[in-house]
Ligand binder design. Structure first.
Ligand code: GDP
Ligand code: K
Ligand code: MG
Length: 297
């Protein structure tokens, strides 16, 4: 039997960057399953998500964070706050950028924040798969700060991930595992289910709708053959309710079917998914509503 208090490299690794650079995709790729939802839309991730990677000599606790942007409502303020707080709380910072586009003002601000933290950090150049000219903007990213280390990856195609992992592990303090070895994330099954439903709404709607919704699981009952799950999709106004229901209920059916497929695969159980839509006027601006929906503002 291996002693469980054996010393390993262990600690918190913050994944920070502007929206849509691929932070959540990278976390899921390391864990081999979805713990943090992904969409082509900015501001998909709203709360920090911890995913734990256990190896024989290391325990890496990745902290996926909301993209740092210029917030326009109270939910946005909260998201940017929690993302920024992950930096001083981390042992290693992965500053992720999208190599297919040049750096913008947000990248420059985040680079400064990372540098000022004086924490071990790595510049992670993501999406190398998506460009023939991976070095087109490379120098501009290099010039943002005197980086200690850079690694090019594709979170989508799982390229460069071993190299990045080795660089992370080297920078982690030596100590004890901080989580049980069989724990994959800090996300409860209930929250993961709610997030999977929110992801399907985000993937199937446009403009302000994806950002105007929140999902809560209201009831979860094991009925033997199936698990009955009732969830609320909250919207900000009446007109959005109609869009999510769709013509003859078509949109809601599509959201329900795609959610159910993924939830069943994730839980390994058959489910009955009962989706409801609720209007919470301007919930993104209201501290009480935000807290009710689980955002700890
Ligand atoms: P986040 O906002 O930083 O968490 O980014 P997401 O993980 O949600 O990804 C944003 C979008 O970029 C999604 O459409 C992903 O599929 C896509 N994406 C993420 N990583 C890669 C990558 O390595 N290559 C390509 N081509 N697309 C990626
Ligand atoms: K995204
Ligand atoms: Mg994300």
């Amino acid at each position: 039997l291996l002693p469980t208090d054996q010393e390993v490299h262990s600690g918190f690794v913050a994944l920070v960057g502007k929206p849509n650079v691929g932070k959540s995709t990278l976390l899921n790729a390391y864990l081999g399953q979805k713990v943090s939802i992904v969409s082509p839309k900015p501001q998909t991730t709203r709360v920090p998500v911890r995913g734990i990677l256990n190896g024989p000599d290391a325990q890496i606790i990745f902290v996926d964070t909301p993209g740092i942007h210029k917030p326009r409502h109270k939910l946005g303020n909260f998201m940017v706050d929690v993302a920024k707080r992950a930096v001083p709380n981390a042992d290693v910072i992965c500053f992720m950028v999208d190599i297919t586009v040049p750096p913008n003002r947000m990248d420059r601000e985040i680079a400064q924040m990372v540098l000022l933290s004086r924490k071990p950090h790595i510049l992670v150049l993501n999406k190398v798969d998506a460009t023939d000219e991976a070095d087109k903007h490379l120098q501009e990213y290099r010039d943002l700060a005197p980086w200690e280390m850079e690694v090019a990856v594709s979170a989508r195609d799982k390229l460069g991930m071993e190299t990045l992992l080795a660089e992370i592990v080297q920078r982690l303090p030596v100590g004890h595992r901080l989580y049980p070895e069989d724990q994959l994330s800090d996300v409860s099954e209930r929250s993961l289910v709610a997030e999977m439903i929110r992801e399907k709404v985000m993937l199937n709607t446009e403009e302000e709708i994806p950002h105007s919704i929140a999902v809560e699981v209201e009831e979860w009952e094991d009925r033997g053959k199936v698990v009955y799950i009732r969830a609320n999709i909250s919207v900000e106004k009446d007109s959005q309710k109609g869009i999510i229901i769709g013509a003859g209920g078509s949109m809601l059916r599509k959201i329900g079917a795609t959610s159910r497929f993924e939830i069943e695969r994730s839980l390994g159980r058959q489910i009955y998914l009962d989706l409801w839509i609720k209007v919470r006027e301007n919930w993104r601006q209201k501290p009480n509503e935000l807290r009710w929906l689980g955002y700890d503002v």
